[in-house]
Design a binder for this molecule. Structure first.
Ligand SMILES: [Zn+2]
Length: 141
């Protein structure tokens, strides 16, 4: 995979989901309705097609951006791990996700990596286009 990834936004996610026909039969990943920890050996890399990334690395002028926000978006009282939490690409953890299509089940999947002191943890959530929202980041004051 190249380092140059296509930058996706909420509308791009909906467009990618359009016309897909995901099967109920889940692949090795399981349902992943909310964020699930998936060890590297459970990630079926050979069936996964990278489609792009939600992580913006450059601003509009082409200058490098710093670490994306850790703020989460839960207007309806959902939590990080909720299966019905919104998918808000500008908010954590979506703002550091890569997007994949699974060749086995035709689902779209979001994936990012948490780096702890002594571990890396791969988190995966299935992309349900009905949960995608264009919510803007709060303005700095
Ligand atoms: Zn699959």
């Amino acid at each position: 995979m190249t380092t140059e990834q296509k930058l996706l936004d909420a509308q791009a996610l909906r467009d990618l989901a359009e016309g897909r026909n995901p099967t109920d039969c889940p692949c090795a990943l399981g349902p992943c309705a909310g964020w699930e920890s998936v060890s590297a050996d459970r990630w079926p890399a050979h069936t996964m097609h990278p489609l792009g990334s939600l992580r913006a690395t450059l601003d509009a002028e082409g200058a490098p951006l710093g670490e994306p926000t850790y703020a989460e978006y839960h207007p309806a009282g959902t939590r990080y791990e909720s299966a019905d939490a919104p998918i808000a690409p500008l908010f954590f953890p979506y703002n550091r996700c890569d997007v994949f299509a699974c060749g086995a089940c035709d689902r779209l999947l979001l994936k990012y990596t948490e780096f702890g002191g002594y571990y890396v943890d791969h988190r995966v959530r299935v992309l349900n286009p009905e949960r995608v929202t264009d919510a803007p980041l709060p303005q700095d004051d």
